[in-house]
Ligand binder design. Structure first.
Ligand SMILES: Nc1ncnc2c1ncn2[C@@H]1O[C@H](COP(=O)(O)OP(=O)(O)O)[C@@H](O)[C@H]1O
Ligand SMILES: [Mg+2]
Length: 263
């Protein structure tokens, strides 16, 4: 396995509103690998996730992000998504009368059929036909043991915490990203949501899909076995290890890492 990693982040520096948050972050994710980033609140985890997706608020002041061997720093968010980077929507804005299925089809079409083709010409690929899409969607829902009725819900219906997670996982199953980024909230997930996310990730992750799980609590790592765990403190990855590192962090907290770093 001497392949070039799918994602290579080198000495990344990122500022938000003039303040440096990421201070030389380096990380590599190989094809189909599951990685976890853990770290205390405010260490820059969400900043990193948003920077990977090209959120305009996050200014890269140094370093490099290579995806499939090429720099993505100049790409817009939608171009990164089309290349195969995925971050679950936090929560879609309420759009009256739009079903979750319609939303998913639009998202899939955006991924496979750009609004304008190469060089601004008419796109060469058409979007997926509604009938074909439904077949694909129900296939994925069966794989994920989801109730078909779920797709017919309206986006403005108010999804529960668990349903939001289900929605994320289904979106991931349909878009088939090369790397899926999951930034879990620091408040943690309830047990139902945790189960949905873990089962979804375990069903979908594989040679074709890598996952980057970003989490404050290690609880989710009892259900998803990462190949590698990285600890982030103050805008840098300060140490990396195997899955056992999550247990070590649970037992000892983050202070020992901070102490080691400051020595
Ligand atoms: N949108 C923002 N505007 C201003 N400061 C921000 C913003 N996002 C993050 N920060 C600051 O950046 C630091 C890292 O935040 P964040 O990336 O959210 O950390 P984490 O996800 O690890 O809790 C914090 O000190 C936070 O105050
Ligand atoms: Mg965060």
């Amino acid at each position: 396995m001497s392949q070039t990693p799918e994602l290579v982040v080198k000495d990344l520096h990122v500022s938000v509103e003039g303040k440096e948050i990421l201070k030389g972050l380096s990380l590599e994710i190989g094809k189909g690998e599951i990685h976890a980033i853990m770290g205390p609140n405010g260490s820059g985890k969400s900043t990193f996730a948003n920077t990977l997706m090209g959120h305009p608020k996050y200014e890269v002041t140094g370093g490099e992000i290579l995806f499939k061997g090429e720099s993505i720093l100049e790409l817009e968010t939608d171009e990164r998504a089309r290349a195969g980077l995925f971050m679950a929507f936090q929560y879609p804005v309420a759009i009256p009368g739009l079903t979750f299925a319609s939303f998913l089809r639009a998202a899939l079409n955006a991924r496979i059929a750009p609004a304008t083709g190469e060089d601004g010409k008419v796109p060469t690929k058409k979007g997926i036909a509604p009938k074909e899409f439904r077949k694909l969607m129900f296939e994925k829902m069966a794989l994920l043991k989801m109730d078909e009725k779920f797709a017919m819900r309206y986006l403005n219906d108010g999804f529960s915490g668990g349903e939001k997670k289900r929605a994320e996982i289904l979106q991931m199953a349909l878009l088939k990203p090369v790397i899926a980024i999951m930034d879990e909230t620091d408040s943690g997930l309830d047990i139902d949501a945790l189960r949905i996310v873990s089962e979804g990730v375990n069903a979908l992750a594989g040679p074709e899909m890598g996952v980057l799980v970003i989490t404050h609590y290690n609880r989710i790592l009892n259900y998803i076995k990462p190949h590698k765990v990285h600890v982030m403190v103050d805008g840098r990855i300060v140490t990396s290890g195997g899955p056992e590192m999550a247990l070590e962090l649970e037992a000892k907290g983050y202070d020992w890492v901070r102490e080691e770093v400051s020595q």
